[in-house]
Structure formats: C-alpha cells, structure tokens
Design a protein around this ligand. Structure first.
Ligand code: 5AD
Ligand code: SF4
Ligand code: FES
Length: 341
C-alpha cells in the first residue's frame, strides 16, 4: 500500500462515501456483530508526564487508586458469569503495581476460565517483560503510538523516542501477541501529512486492533486550552482504516462518544466493530480521568449495557460477548490478502 493511495482516499472522497464502503466491508467480515470488551481501569497511577493526559504524574488534583489483584480477579469472575469472554486491563505506567501482580491475576484467572482473552494496556515494557507476561497467559496488548511524527511524539512525551515505542510494537508481534495500537486525532501541531503518516503506519504494522480517538484537552494538563478537532475527521479516518485493514478489530472509542452524542454509533457505521464498556467499579472509575466529561463514569454497568444494546439496535447491530479474536491475527497471511496499490 503506498502513500499515494491513502492520500487519495483522504483528499478525494467525502466521508459519507468512505463510511458506506467501510460499513459494507465490516458487514462482510463480521455481519452485524459488535464485540464487547470489558474494560477494567485497575490503577490510575502513572510515572509518566505526557503533556496531554490527565493521569500525568504532575496532576495533583487526581485521587490516585489501585485495585488489588484479588479484586481484579473478582471483577473478571463477576463479568465472566455475565457472559463476557474478553477483558482489557488498563492502567498508567506502573508505580506500585509490579509485573508479578499482573502475572498473578492472569495466571489465576486463566486457571479458572480457559476460554477468555486478556488484553493489557499498561504502557511500556521491554521484550523480556513482555515474554514473561505472555508466558503467564496475556493474549493481547494495546499500546498506542499516539502520533507517527517523531518530533511531535518527543514533544508530547517529554523527550521520549518514538523509535522505542515502535520497537515495543514489533516485539509484541514477534512474541505473537494480538497487537493493538493507534493514535489521537487533533493533537497540537498535527498536519494532514502527520495524519496520513499515522494511517500508513497502522497499515505497515498490520495491526490486529486499531484504537483511534479525538484528543480532548484536559484543563489539568499543559495542553488544557486547545480546541477539539471536528468529528467528521474521526469518522473519515476510521473509514479509511477499515478499507485498508479489512480484518482488524477497530473499536468505537469512549473518547469519540464523549465529544459527540452519537459518536460511537457514527464510527460503527463507518467500519468500527468493537465497543469497550467500562466495568471498573463506580467508586474508582470517576478517577480515571484522562480527559474531561468522560461518559459512563456516573453510570453503573447495568445502565450502560442496556444503553448500548438500545443504541446498537437502532443501527441494526447487536452485541457479541465472544472472545472476538482479530481476523487479522487468525489469517496471518501478511501480504496475501491486503490491497497493494
Ligand atoms: N484526550 C484523548 N485521549 C487521551 N489519551 C490520554 N489523554 C487523552 C486526552 N486528553 C489516550 C491516549 C492513551 C490512552 C490510554 O488514552 O491515546 O494512549
Ligand atoms: Fe501515563 Fe499513558 Fe497518560 Fe502518558 S498517556 S501520562 S503514560 S497514562
Ligand atoms: Fe454508558 Fe450509554 S453506554 S451511559
């Protein structure tokens, strides 16, 4: 896939047209199913200081918490009994939690249930650590590259190098993780070139899961007074990603539902096929504030699941609680089934 083709899709077609094609591709591959992942935000501690993120260590306004490993196991068990088979454990970069705590969770939960998928999203780990986690039962990993522009990346992450982030993504692939990544849209200094580079990068990595969403300025961070991007751009980029990566899982993210009332529905109608309802207990989730006005933090899960099934019904889709392994991961025949123009 060369850049020319992506550029053409981005500049020469309108969003509605691209979304229609993307929705058809999605239907051919997944029917009307939308996979649900139970998201557990098990700790909002973070040693990093990313300029855009409410969890950054200099944000003293946040009440920091962590949910103990045994409690995490209890939450997974409860939602397994409800029917969930796919769970995402998310946190900032570790301060109190240790790899052995994660291993304890995954090992014990996999002993209880052998038909679930566990995804981690806890920031950077080196190859040795990733190997240990994989050996203990972690199936999938999400690590957004945030932006494919190395200068912007270093600016946003206080001098860190994009190269190292990318290295981790290749390590995940090498270790046979189902690998997810993605980027924010509407970051400061972002240009169309950067957006195109972001899309191309998702293609080059042949990601199994692609998470994108708007950057939402958080007043408790140094980038608090910027503007939010127009929603149409997010729909368009989602549609293009679905067209060039027909077999990847693409979530309609919470951030998109935050800036636009029907944001998640619009993305599902433009090629997205995953939702990640928050199953973190209410007393904790109100403190996992990456950005302001986050949806679903004052609602119980029972409210959200009803809300989601009603929303899906309206767009002729239905909930699937299956593991929902990425077709991209299952097929694994890189090069053979991708459009290469
Ligand atoms: N707006 C939108 N998304 C954000 N994230 C962090 N801060 C923000 C924000 N202000 C996203 C990043 C990160 C993920 C956990 O949340 O992309 O990878
Ligand atoms: Fe921490 Fe991730 Fe937020 Fe950066 S984006 S401050 S690493 S939680
Ligand atoms: Fe949580 Fe609608 S999905 S309130």
């Amino acid at each position: 896939m060369n850049m020319k083709y992506i550029k053409e899709l981005y500049h020469n077609y309108d969003t509605e047209y691209l979304a229609q094609i993307a929705e058809k591709i999605c239907f051919l591959n997944y029917g009307n199913k939308v996979f649900l992942r139970g998201l557990i935000e098990f700790s909002n501690e973070c040693k990093m200081n990313c300029l855009y993120c409410g969890l950054r260590r200099d944000n003293k306004k946040l009440n920091r918490y962590l949910i103990t490993p045994d409690k995490v196991i209890e939450i997974i068990t409860k939602f397994y009994n409800f029917g969930f088979r796919s769970f995402v454990l998310q946190s900032g970069e570790f301060i109190t939690y240790k790899i052995k705590d994660l291993c304890y969770i995954v090992e014990n939960i996999k002993k209880k249930f052998n038909d679930i998928a566990i995804t981690l999203s806890c920031g950077y780990f080196n190859k040795k650590e990733l190997k240990i986690l994989k050996e203990n039962g972690v199936d999938r990993y999400l690590l957004r590259f945030e932006t494919a522009d190395s200068k912007l990346y270093s600016f946003l992450k206080n001098g860190l190098s994009l190269k190292k982030r990318i290295e981790m993504l290749y390590n995940l692939k090498e270790l046979n993780y189902e690998t997810g990544s993605g980027f924010m849209i509407g970051l400061p200094y972002e240009t169309d070139e950067i957006i195109l580079k972001n899309i191309k990068f998702c293609y080059d990595l042949k990601l199994d899961m692609i998470g994108i969403g708007p950057f939402i300025p958080n007043p408790d961070t140094p980038l608090g007074n910027l503007l939010i991007t127009e929603f149409d751009k997010i729909v368009k980029i989602t549609a293009i990603l679905r067209i060039i990566l027909p077999f990847s899982n693409i979530p309609a993210t919470t951030a998109s539902g935050t800036i636009e009332k029907l944001g998640r529905e619009k993305l599902l109608k433009a090629g997205a096929n995953v939702l990640m309802p928050n199953i973190t207990p209410k007393e904790y989730k109100k403190n996992y504030l990456l950005y302001p006005n986050k949806i679903c933090i004052n609602e119980d899960f029972s409210h959200c699941i009803n809300c989601l099934s009603k929303r899906l019904k309206k767009i002729n889709r239905k909930i699937s609680l299956d593991k929902g392994t990425s077709l991209n991961y299952i097929l694994k025949k890189e090069g053979e089934y991708y459009v290469s123009c």
